[in-house]
Each structure stands twice: as C-alpha cells, then as structure tokens.
Design a protein around this ligand. Sequence first.
Ligand code: PLP
Length: 466
Amino acid sequence: MAKPVMISTMSNIAHSIENTALLARSLAAVWHPCSQMKHYEHFPLLPIARGSGVWLYDYDKKRYLDAVSSWWVNLFGHCNPRINAAITDQLGKLEHVMLAGFTHEPVVQLSERLRELAPKGLGHCFYASDGASATEIALKMSAHYWRNSGKADKTQFISLENSYHGETLGALSVTDVALFRDAYGALVRQQATVPSPDWRKAAAGESAEAYALRCADALEQHLQRHHAQLAAFIIEPLVQGAAGMAMYHPIYLQRARQLCTAYDVHLIADEIAVGMGRTGTMFACEQASFLSEDGVENENKGITPDFLCLSKGITGGYLPLSVVMTRDEIYQAFYEDDMKSGFLHSHSYTGNPLACRAALATLDIFAQDNVLGVNRNKAAYLNKIATPLREHRAVRNWRNTGMIWAFEVETLRRDFAQQCFSLALKNELLLRPIGNTIYFMPPYIISESEIDLLVSRTSHIVNQLS
Ligand SMILES: *Cc1c(COP(=O)(O)O)cnc(C)c1O
C-alpha cells in the first residue's frame, strides 16, 4: 500500500481541487524521473492539462511559458496543427510495424531527407527510440566496426569533461556528470575524459579560441598515447547542455575531426540536443567550417563526423525517436554473408511510423517557414532587449548560440535552482536552472512579445534572488 503523500501548502501556487487530486494520485503511482520524490512534498508537481504554442496550461487555466521546450525537445510549439495533421493522417494508415524484415514509406522518406540535410557522406540511418539508445548504438557500432576491421583492441572511448550522453549504463560510461553517475559507478565501465573547451574555463585574458586550441592539444596528447585502444571520441558539438549550457569555440570541432582522422579514432557527434537547428544551423557540426591551405573557406561547410546522433527535436518534441547516421565505409564493414558481422541491435519501436511522420512534418516546417533565417532575427531581438539583464550586477558569463541562452547568477542561495523554478512558475515561466545557471531554450515559434515577457520576468526573478 502506498503511503498517502501530504501535499505541502508551502507551494506558492494555489491549486484547485482538480489540480491537487491529480498530483496526489501521481505521487502515489508514478515514480518521476530525475527526482528525489520526497522533495515533491515541498515543491509539488505541476499537473498540465493542455498545451498550445509556447504555453502550457494547468487545470486552473494558469499558463506557463515553456522556456525549456519541455526538456529541449519542442521546436514548433505544443499542439502544432501541421504536426498534429501528419500524425493523424498516419494513424489512419499504419501505426507501427517492426523494422526487421519490413519497411514503410515514412522511414524511407525520413532517411532520404536526413541524408540530404546532414553533413555530406552520412548516408545510412539506424533508428531507435530515445537519445541514450542512440549513444549506445554509436558506441557499439564503432567498436564493432573496428572488430570487423581486424582491430578488436579498439574498445575504449573518450568524452569531454562534464559530458552528457544519456543515462543507460553504456551511455553513462561516457557521461561525466557526477550526480547522474556516482551511484552507479560500480556498474559502469567508466571511460576517460579530456579537458572541455568550455570557454568559462579559459585563463584570464585567454580567448575562447586560444583556450579551445589548448584543449585540442590535450586531446592530441591523449590520442597519441591511447589510440591503439580507442574506438571513438564522443562529443556534444558547440554546447554541452547538461553541463549548464557550456559553450565553446568551433575551432575545437575542426581540430577534433583532424585529430580523430589522424589517429584512426571515430568521431561521434552527439547532436541529440543541439541538432535540428538549435545552434543556428541545422546541425552544429556545420559551424566548424574548414579553412583550406590558402585560407579560403571550404565550400563543403563544416565537418562530417563518423556518427551523427539525433533525437529530442527530431519529431518536433512529439514522439520518441532517435537516429544514428553513419558513413558508407562503416556500413560496408558490416556487409557480409555472416550474421555475426552484422550490426546486432534492435528496439521494439525502431523507426515507428507515427514518429517518422512527426519528423517529416518537422522537416517540412523547416523548409516552408525559413526557420533558420527567422530564428536568426529572433535571437538578435532577444539579445537586444536582454541588454539590461546581461548587464545586471548578479549576471555572469552571458552566452548565446543560436536559440540557446545561458548565464550564471551570483547568489549565496544553495537552493537557487529550486527557488528560481518556483518563482518562475509564479511569473508564468517554466525555467529549470542547472545549479545557478539559468538558461533559455524556447520553442522556435516564440513571438517577440513572448520574448519580451520571458526576458522581463526573468530580470524580475534575478532581482529577487540575487
Ligand atoms: C538528452 C540527451 C541525451 C539522452 O537522450 P534521452 O532521450 O534523454 O535518452 C544524450 N545526449 C545529449 C547531448 C542529450 O542532451
């Protein structure tokens, strides 16, 4: 029998009976993710009745601007009519079929379109249902490639300091966030990390670029010593999300690509959070444009990783779907008569047609609405009106890449994140700080007046909490 949970009246939000009843039932029956359940005694869950655009509504018709895109997945708003229509159409045709031995139009079309959009050369799409599984697939595929290629010793991986690649056991082995990892350390074959090019760690007077190059030198030293055992280097391009939206100079990606090629180690680009336009280009890897010998920008913009992992925004935030894209040479190393050389990995819902249709509708919106161009203007607008916030006495390290903003708040409060979350709700905002880092990662359809509201209310919150 579940113990009845007392709902604290400390909540700043007055709840209706309907709201309160639902949250009590949730606490009795649902074990919520990434939570200390006991904390919900003091900071109650928020039952959400419906969503529309950037707004979430509770049962009391209070609204909250979803400034974190529901854990970084939503791109074009809640209940987007175009994505709704695509899924509804697909529902009448085929809801699901297994992808081993079968295929269907949505998964074929999605693979063809992703191949057109992704960095050149990533022609093969392997599907799963969530981000952590995409990480698992990339790691397994990399090691299995080396095994099939007669280099069975290459079974180790490296990631950046403070990296986050998911929380299943394989993904945890390349995740460097103590809170997520420490309790499970004994279960995980923990892999080595190399210094993060996060520009906040630069020495006084050192530019972000100089610091990124210094970190690339450290990467090279590691590769020199360990390349014979290394299968792959996995990296979050441009922004390390869970580290608190740590941002770094794209030169690091160029160097990482060069070094991985030179030392025969795969480069896995985990664009689960940063792909699908989040950093201002469709994929973050595009921003690492190579300069050729004579200093002219290569027409082939950006770098091509050996594996590109996508999830989160790929369905516009609608349905679980992930994909790992890879190069033909890697695909060919598995192409044999022998079953054992094939890539042996599957999930029940691999390539689900409804999720693929949501992804296709998402790609249609990108194409029809000039989303990347419009986002550039929205980002410029936010940066302009946020000047007073950026210059606030308690705000540090203001940073922006594409449609991601972050800054630290100088505060003595140890429970800053929780306080900020609660105060934000009172101000109609869904903010979910990481430590004392506040970030914005809004749906792309946010309007100028909604940006005004987001920035002015956040300034008010920072005033109150600093
Ligand atoms: C969210 C995330 C993952 C894990 O995705 P899930 O769908 O939550 O398993 C992996 N890598 C990065 C960079 C992420 O942001």
